[in-house]
Design a protein around this ligand. Sequence first.
Ligand code: ATP
Length: 352
Amino acid sequence: MYVELKDINKTFGDYKASDHVSFGIEKGKLIGLLGPSGSGKTTILRMIAGLEQPDSGEIIIDGKVVNDIPASERGIGFVFQSYALFRYMTVYDNVAFGLKVQKADKKYIKSRVMELIELVGLKGLEKRYPSQLSGGQRQRVAFARALAPNPQLLLLDEPFAAIDAKIRQELRTWLKDMIEQLGITSIFVTHDQDEAIEVADEIIITNRGHIEQKGSPVEVYQSPETAFSASFFGQAAVVKDYQMFKYFEDIPGAEYAIIRPEFVKVTRKTEVQKYKSSASGAEVERVAFRGSYFELEVKVGDVTLTAKRGLDEPMVRQGEKVDVFVQRLFVIKENKVYSLENSSTREDYLVI
Ligand SMILES: Nc1ncnc2c1ncn2[C@@H]1O[C@H](COP(=O)(O)OP(=O)(O)OP(=O)(O)O)[C@@H](O)[C@H]1O
């Protein structure tokens, strides 16, 4: 493991920001720390950076315990949302800053800065000031500045938070490609699930100071290990009595179930039923257009499920009675997750 946290604890007053946090990161990987506000993501990043000291536990980078090594000597690059560019310095001077502090050779500084400016796609803009750049361009400068001293580890705290949706999307892809190309071990903090899923090689889910789950985006999404992980993604519905939906195994002692939108299929009464209905008496409560799909809220008894419907399918209207097919649900019992598939057989699906 290139970075390792071993049983880290950190308390602010009586709030446990890190509660027995342990994980390892392989060299060259891009890791996303994902969790709600206040769950301790930034604290973890700041401790790795050396900007905060853990109360107990070890932080190991490249085989060395770094707890007592100051931030400036840890060989880490930062792109923090709050770590803004120097307003009165040009792009060139911003990128050169770390190298000048290190008193690097002038010729080397020049070639390194120009190389990085080209790498981040800002060639020709080196004389501009931050106020003359777009938000996305500024973040590219911040990225180049962080990379200039050749860090072995890059930490990014909500690097895209202040950037509008479309540019953010472009920057995510750009950052992922860039980090892959450079092979630099990187950790980024986000509370945006889509961002974590799209960008990270591995996701670490944080909740109230502890780690709920670590795994690839597919693993944490498809196979949640805890009640929190199961409910964290998407607009999950919580159902007390899941047996109200048909064709699922009975788990004695089940506390509740979580149903995610992607496992709910809504069909109109006039459509050919590809699936056997999981419940009767479903009614559409709300239809919202989300650009590339419709989001439906469907009421079944006292439960409201969220579902998606493609633009290629006939429109469903508010108040319409519909059929609902629940393909999978996550049953929670003693903080364990049981992933249940609808057991109606393929042939059953053909029943109209
Ligand atoms: N220096 C500090 N002094 C006191 N409390 C702090 C300090 N730093 C963090 N905290 C508290 O520790 C908890 C965890 O904060 P942290 O910033 O790590 O969470 P986060 O998951 O990054 O949240 P966000 O997404 O809102 O940034 C919060 O309740 C915060 O108020």
